[in-house]
Design a protein around this ligand. Structure first.
Ligand SMILES: [Zn+2]
Ligand SMILES: [Zn+2]
Length: 293
């Protein structure tokens, strides 16, 4: 069963953890109650669209591919643990032994959690922007953008090669941050703190992360949207008009700093999908097409 992706709904670190789905649904219902014109977001036209059906099937297939192929491959190639060890050894060799200052454990844990979050989010921004600007990578990323309607499982509509790139990015950033912390503060960072690093995922999830892939254009207001990406902003990223805007993960500050931020206008009609109208007719096309000349 695990190979079919069911575990994703039960794991607190995953976007579609049942509690995150439930909170997104509650926010959506409240939003529709206030703005009845958006009730079509719950209609069969959206949820039973051909593109949505492809998302569901793709989710099952990709879950299997990830567990059976990608995870073992990435761990074999390049583990976050190896990178942290290499980084701390490199720093030791080049800058010598660092006299450990006695900071409180709580301080180190908070700083570590924050560093992992900020560098992680920034590296996501960079990789996502590259996926759009490097033609070879765009071929892979088109799979995500070919969705014509959005639902929470569209989040997993990602080519396995893109999954590999994101996994390598994670190992690299996790290793760099952890290795530096071990060098500066000593090896006191334990497994509890690593689990704690996901506190941001939890907060983000409960606040309706799943609405990013939905037809509920929830906005945060111009001020907050310079700091955090609202669901509406990611929906704009999926539109034909603003594909090259709003690359951010959780934080919007990178888009703001590097001029790729766009706010949603109230009641703007947006069309989802690719400019060239390319659609993937079935899940095998999604896998194979990006690899063809
Ligand atoms: Zn994109
Ligand atoms: Zn998306």
């Amino acid at each position: 069963m695990e190979y079919l992706g069911t575990g994703y709904f039960l794991n607190i670190d995953n976007r579609v953890y049942w509690l995150y789905i439930l909170s997104a649904l509650s926010i959506a219902l409240y939003f529709i109650y206030k703005n009845p014109q958006y009730s079509y977001a719950l209609s069969k036209k959206i949820w039973w669209h051909k593109s949505a059906k492809n998302d569901y099937l793709y989710f099952v297939m990709i879950s299997f591919i990830k567990l059976a192929i990608i995870l073992p491959l990435v761990t074999y190639l390049f583990s976050a643990k190896d990178v942290s060890l290499l980084v701390s050894l490199f720093l030791q060799d080049n800058f010598g032994y660092m006299q450990k200052v006695n900071y409180s454990r709580e301080f180190v844990v908070v700083l570590y959690t924050l560093a992992l979050f900020v560098f992680g989010d920034f590296s996501r921004y960079i990789l996502h922007r590259l996926l759009h600007t490097v033609p070879l990578l765009w071929r892979l990323h088109q799979v995500h953008h070919s969705a014509e309607v959005l639902n929470p499982l569209t989040f997993y509509r990602v080519h396995p090669f893109e999954n590999i790139l994101f996994a390598l990015r994670y190992a690299l950033i996790f290793g760099l941050v952890t290795g530096s912390f071990i060098y500066i503060f000593g090896a006191s960072i334990g497994i509890v703190e690593i689990a704690g690093a996901n506190v941001f995922v939890f907060v983000f999830g409960v606040l309706g992360a799943n609405l990013r892939h939905s037809h509920i254009p929830l906005r945060y207001g111009k001020f907050i949207e310079k700091i955090f990406i609202s669901p509406s902003m990611h929906q704009l990223h999926h539109s034909t008009k603003y594909t090259n805007k709003n690359y951010g993960g959780i934080l919007a500050i990178w888009d703001y700093m590097f001029n790729s931020l766009v706010h949603a206008k109230k009641d703007e009609i947006i069309e989802f999908g690719l400019k060239n109208k390319k659609v993937h007719s079935n899940v095998f096309n999604m896998l194979i097409e990006p690899l063809r000349r």
